[in-house]
Design a protein around this ligand. Structure first.
Ligand code: NAP
Length: 496
């Protein structure tokens, strides 16, 4: 049976082996995964490989997901996967097999280390960069909830949950402990997005109290990007929301030589998938040109995860020694010596097993303790929740702000809600002078209850909405709620 058939194929490397699912993937995937498997076997890793398929060939065979049922069953069984890059061929399905796998197995944390690579010269060489980005992997703007409000106005929903924030904060601290790291920094934009990023930050602070052995710090993500460029060696573990982490982790890969050396882990409560950050590089596929360093370093992460830290460190050292020696390097990094192929590079790494690189201290690690799968966040109990108003987004391109205000205010006559403010892209345009605000065709009208002792009912909301709907096209409605006296909504710029 070849690796392109969909039934899992099993072969053990030694003794009481840990079962893992291996997906060779597309393009250079089979070459680099083959190199990593050979290296692990030579280093004495105790793994029982179950080979499965996903990606281009699966799409081409007519499976719209790119991930066959046998592969899903194998990962469910093993809980650990080492995967090569997966391509989504044009014309076959919309969803990437990578994203399908991440969502299917709820791998909520993306862990991307960035460590100075010996022999890979960068402007930061010699400064001992050794940091890790722990990125929330499922929520935020990547929930993919977007709506066009008008043909020219899009809203992309940023979803942050207390549940997701607590899980990723806990994972970051557990990861820091597993690697003997001293600090975790939470990078957010909590100064602007006080509810979403703010909740992430506040949750981090609460979780941090459970880890008094590790220093916890807060930083605004823009300053974090600046500090990473100015003084990256100050960081140890950085935990952050999905989009912040996406950007920061590419930045940190760049600090240490680029994506070619960037390993990663996607971890969930029951499943962990390890992969290089780079893609299938079809231009060099099948030509013995690919650099397998990133997948080899991903294997190191996997071996630590499954509790084989000694083999992991031996492999890590051998890869780093080979890069440091600089005699047998692939074409993407070879400078002083003629380049070698993937196979010859792997031979060199294998021959360097047992050697220790000159730079960097050996980090003592232990297996990552995952927050248990039965774990649930504390339920956020409130004694009182009230609806105090609503926001309605309306479309209008001919009237002035004053005219919109008058027309909308008319609908509130005799009702329990009054028009408080109209804003355009978050800026107040009514009441008052709006000369400096550039208008677009959507207006957010905020209605607040007249009497603070009376809660607003759904019927009152429908009634007002039907009056507005008779005059304007409306695109969305949002209830304004107060939880135990704390407003669950933000104010517009200029709102009292
Ligand atoms: P890419 O595959 O990472 O390749 C970009 C270029 O980087 C390659 O053409 C090659 O450049 C170089 N490169 C990447 N990895 C290398 C390695 N190990 N050794 C040597 N050179 C390497 O990015 P892409 O071209 O944007 O994506 C190609 C396909 O991969 C797409 O279908 C994409 O969807 C998929 N992809 C999958 C994953 C994943 O599965 N996690 C991630 C990213 C992309 P030169 O030969 O020109 O130097």
């Amino acid at each position: 049976m070849t690796h392109t058939e969909s039934a899992p194929q099993s072969h053990a490397t030694s003794g009481t082996a840990v079962p893992i699912t291996v997906i060779r993937g597309d393009g250079i995937g089979p070459e680099v995964i083959g190199a990593a498997l050979r290296l692990m076997e030579e280093a004495g890793a105790s793994i029982d490989v179950e080979e499965c398929v996903a990606g281009a060939k699966v799409f081409e065979a007519g499976d719209q997901t790119g991930v066959p049922q046998e592969t899903i069953a194998s990962i469910q069984r093993t809980g650990v996967a080492l995967k090569g890059p997966l391509a989504t061929p044009i014309g076959y399905g919309e969803k990437s097999a990578n994203v399908t796998l991440r969502k299917l197995f709820e791998t909520y944390g993306n862990i991307r280390p960035a460590r100075e690579i010996p022999g890979v010269a960068t402007p930061y060489s010699g400064r001992n960069i050794d940091l890790v980005i722990v990125r929330e992997n499922l929520e935020d703007l990547y929930a993919g909830i977007e709506h066009m409000q008008t043909p020219g106005v899009a809203l992309s929903l940023k979803v942050i949950t207390r549940h997701g924030s607590e899980k990723i904060a806990r994972l970051a601290f557990e990861f820091a402990r597993s690697e003997g790291r001293r600090s975790v920094t939470c990078a957010t934009k909590a100064n602007i997005m006080k509810l979403g990023e703010g909740m992430f930050q506040r949750t981090f602070d609460e979780v941090a109290r459970e880890y008094p052995d590790i220093e916890s710090r807060q930083i605004l993500v823009d300053n974090c990007a600046h500090q990473l460029v100015m003084r990256p060696e100050q960081f140890d573990v950085i935990v952050t929301t999905n989009m912040n982490g996406d950007i920061l982790s590419d930045l940190t890969s760049g600090l240490v030589g680029g994506l070619g050396f960037a390993p990663s882990a996607n971890v969930g409560s029951d499943t962990a998938m390890f992969e290089a950050v780079h893609g299938s590089a079809p231009d060099i596929a099948g030509r013995d040109l690919a650099n397998p360093s990133a997948i080899m370093l991903s294997s190191v992460m996997m071996l630590r995860h499954i509790g084989q830290p000694a083999v992991a460190s031996a492999i890590e050292d051998a890869v780093l020694v080979t890069l440091e020696d600089g005699k047998f390097l692939t074409g993407d990094i070879a400078k002083e010596h003629p380049p070698v192929g993937t196979i010859a590079f792997t031979d060199a790494v294998i021959s360097n097993l047992g050697r220790v690189p000159k730079i960097g201290e050996r980090r003592e690690t232990r297996a990552l303790v995952m927050p248990p799968s039965s774990w649930r966040p504390k339920v956020i109990e409130v004694t009182k929740r009230e609806v105090v108003g609503m926001d309605v987004l309306i479309e209008e391109s001919h009237m002035t702000a004053a005219q919109v205000g008058t027309a909308v205010e008319d609908c509130t006559q005799g009702g329990p809600l009054r028009l408080q403010i109209i804003s355009s892209r978050g800026n107040k345009v009514w009441p008052g002078d709006t000369d400096d605000t550039e208008m677009i065709d959507t207006w957010r009208c905020r209605f607040i209850r007249r009497d603070e002792s009376v809660e607003i009912t759904d019927d009152q909301i429908y009634h007002l909405l039907s009056c507005i709907g008779a005059k304007f096209r409306w695109a969305n409605v949002q209830k304004l709620q107060v939880f135990d006296g704390v407003a669950g909504f933000t104010k517009s710029q200029g709102e009292e």
